[in-house]
Design a protein around this ligand. Sequence first.
Ligand code: ARG
Length: 589
Amino acid sequence: MEKILNIISNEVQAAMKANGYDEKYGKVTLSNRPDLCEYQCNGAMAAAKEHKCAPFQISDKIAEALKGNTLFESVESVKPGFLNLKLNPDYLAGYLRQMEEDGERLGCSKCKDPKTIMIDYGGPNVAKPLHVGHLRSAIIGESVKRIGKFIGHNMIGDVHLGDWGLQMGLIITELKARKPELVYFDESYQGEYPKEAPFTISELEEIYPAASAKSKEDEAYKEAAMQATYELQHGRKGYQALLGHILHVSVSDLKRNYENLNVSFELWKGESDAQPYIPAMVEKMKKDGFAYISDGALVVDVKEETDTKEIPPCMILKSDGASLYNTTDLATIVWRMEDYKPDEIIYVVDKRQELYFTQVFRCARKTGLVKPETKLTFLGFGTMNGKDGKPFKTREGGVMRLEYLVSGINEEMFKKISDNHTVEEGEGRETAKIVALSAIKYGDLSNQASKDYIFDIDRFTSFEGNTGPYILYTIVRIKSILKNYFGQKSLPQDARILPAHSGSEKALMLEISKFNGMMESAFEEAAPHKVCAYIYDLANAFNHFYHETKIMAEPNEMVQAGYIKLLELTKKALETCIGVLGFEAPERM
Ligand code: ARG
C-alpha cells in the first residue's frame, strides 16, 4: 500500500504543478503543531522566493485548488504561507479498512527486490558465561533481523562464536593440571575419544577464570597455555577432541540462554570455522601485491586520502606467523561470500570496535574479498550503564552474568504482578517472564542503538511511561475488551471501521495509518527505536481513546462494532511491532 504521506504529497504536488509551480514545493510532512493540523506543507515559502511574490499568495492559491478534494477535511492557508491539512475521516477510515484487508502485512508491501543479508550478532565467547555486554548485541541484532524479514529480505543471522585463541589453550592447560590422567593428554593414544565431555558447564565456567587468573601470575603457566593453543591449532588430536567437548557443552548452554531471550540464530558458526580459509586468503593477498611485510608482520594498507584521522594498516599475520582477530574476520567474509553470496553483511558490535571494523571492511574491499556492490555495515552500539552512569556492574563491582540479570528482573516482575492481584504461582511466573523480557528489550531498543543508556530496572519494569510493560498492558487491555465483547455477541455482518466520531478516535486512526512508513524507515535505518516510538505513540493514542469512549456501553450496534474492528487493528499493529522487537504479550497481567 502507498504510504499515506505520499498519497497526500501527490495531491498537493499536483495542485502546485497545475498552478504553475514546481512539484517539489508540494512535499507534505507530519504536522509539528498537532493542535492546529495533522499534516503540513511549507513549500510555498520556498516557491515564493523563486516566483518573487508573497508566500501566502501561493498557499492561498493551493488551498483554493484543493478545496473539494475528498482526501481532505480541511486545507487552510495560514500566514505567512503555510498549508495546514486535515485528513477526511472517511478517507482515513477507508485507508484503515485497506490495512485490515491486507492481513498480516498491515499495508506494508513486501520489498520488490529481496536481498540476502547476513547479520553477525551475539558474538559470545565459548566457555565464558554471557555477560551484559553481550546483551545489547543479541537484542538489537535479533530485532534488526526480524525487521528485515518482515520487509521481505532473506536475513541470515550468524552468532560468530569466539571459539579460537588463547582461551581454549587456557582451559586445556587447567584441565591437564587437574586431571592429567585423561586420555586427551596421552599423545600415544590411538583409540576413540569418549563421547561424554570430561566436565559440566558449571565446571567449565569455573575452569576458565581460574586458568586466566593463574596465567596472569605464572609465566610458565601462560607459556604452557600458549603452547597448548598452538598445538590445538596445528591439529593435535586429543586437544581437538577436547575443543569439540568444550564447544558442545558451551553451545548447548548458550542456546538455552538465548532461548530465554527469544533470540535465535540461523548459523552457529565460530571463529574456528574461518581458520581453513586463512592460508589461501593470505597467499592471494600477497600474490596480488596488497600484503607486505612491515616490522616483521604482514599488513595491508587501508588508509585513504580523504581520512581526517589516522587509519593504521590492517595486520594480517603477526611476525611469528600467528593469525589475529582481524585475520579471522576477513576469512569469515571469505566463507560467507562463498557459501551465501550476501548482498550485505551487518555487524552488530560494541561501537568501540568501530575503527577495527573500518580496517577490516577496507581491507576486504581493497583485496577483493567482497564485490564492489557488497555492502558492509557496522552497527555499533553504545554501553549499557548502571544508574551511576558507569558500565553496568554487580553490586560487588564485578561483571554481571546475563543469567542473573534476567532472573533478577523476572523475580522483580513476579513480585509486582502478585502485588497487583492474586495469581496462581505457575501462571504468575510465566507471565512475569514474558513481561520481564519486554522490560529488558524495550528498555534497550527504545534508545538509538549507538547511544549509551542507563539500565534502570525500576523504570524499565514500570507499567507506566515509555516501557515494555506499558505496551503489553495496553495490548492486554485490548484483549480483555475483545474477550468481553465476543463473550456477549458476535460482530454484525457488515461491521466495519467507521469514520472517526471523536478527536481521540481520529488521533488513534492517524497513528495506526503510519505503520508502513514507520516499518520501512526502521529497516532502512536499522532502527528498532523507530518501532518503539511508533508503538508508544499508538499505545498512548489508544489509551486516550479508551478513557474517552464508552465502548461496551455504546448503544449503536454498528458504531460499537466499528470500535471493535478498530481495536482489533490496533492490537494487530502493536503485536506485529513487538514481534519484530523480539517479545510477546501475555493473555493477562
Ligand atoms: N566475541 C567478540 C567479543 O566478545 C565479539 C565478536 C563480534 N563479531 C565479529 N565479527 N568480530 O567481543
